[in-house]
Design a protein around this ligand. Structure first.
Ligand SMILES: [Zn+2]
Length: 234
């Protein structure tokens, strides 16, 4: 077994805590993290390299949630010059962006300290499933931006429908279109800020696989098609 630093082991333990399996470690082994980790990996037949990779992604995912309020606020400050709005009146766009910033400023983010398995924006509190933030920065970012997309949906619909239809051409709000709007808001925002087509497409695919057939979201194929069409327009 390679010699891991104390910090790496700590990260791995954070991951294991989320699996809620520390209770299976003999108490006398907990005094020595490395022994305990080795014992755990043997017990669970985990590949230690895979475990370290997962721990790194988990850490990035959690950091992404913790920094998102700032990230979103900064990004929205520049989002007005993103591609969907290029042919729109600049004053209207800046008013729409101000409205988006206002709706997003009141959002709060549940602390990812417990292994919850739901992703939602409920009464302005965004929760991200641990199955998502374990996948690292981009998957977590896409999920967070999707939920922020729900937050800006209704205010835009009422006051700035033109901005809404710039993000999602043909948007009417009927059926499950609000889910596609949240996806396309996330896509256009991340394309503008991160500019990494492959990472964004992969993140979206991962999320759509997890949410497929949940009764709330449209089908995986329908969501993927809209996102890939949007990405290929860049
Ligand atoms: Zn949604």
């Amino acid at each position: 077994m390679p010699d891991y630093t104390e910090k790496e082991l700590q990260t791995a333990f954070e991951y294991l805590k989320h699996e809620d399996i520390l209770k299976y470690v003999p108490v006398d082994k907990l005094g020595n993290k490395k022994d305990a980790l080795t014992a755990l990996c043997t017990m669970l037949t985990l590949d230690i390299d895979e475990l370290m990779k997962s721990a790194k992604e988990l850490k990035e995912g959690i950091a992404t949630i913790k920094n998102f309020k700032y990230y979103l606020n900064q990004g929205l400050g520049r989002y007005g010059s993103a591609k969907p709005f290029e042919n729109m009146d600049a004053i209207l766009v800046s008013k729409g962006i101000a409205l988006m910033k206002e709706s997003c400023s009141s959002l709060s983010y549940a602390n990812p300290s417990k292994a919850i398995h739901t992703t939602e924006n409920k009464s302005g509190t965004i929760k991200i499933s641990c199955d998502i933030y374990r996948c690292g920065k981009f998957v977590t970012l896409f999920a967070l931006c999707h939920e922020a997309g729900h937050a800006v949906d209704y205010p835009l619909r009422k006051a700035f429908l033109a901005m809404q239809t710039a993000i999602y051409p043909g948007f009417t709000g009927a059926g499950k279109e609000y889910e596609h709007f949240a996806d396309l808001f996330a896509t256009s925002f991340l394309m503008f800020i991160e500019k990494d087509k492959t990472a964004i497409q992969n993140a979206a695919t991962k999320i759509f696989e997890d949410a497929n057939n949940d009764g709330v979201h449209p089908s995986k194929s329908d969501r993927s098609l809209k996102v890939s069409t949007h990405i290929s327009s860049y």
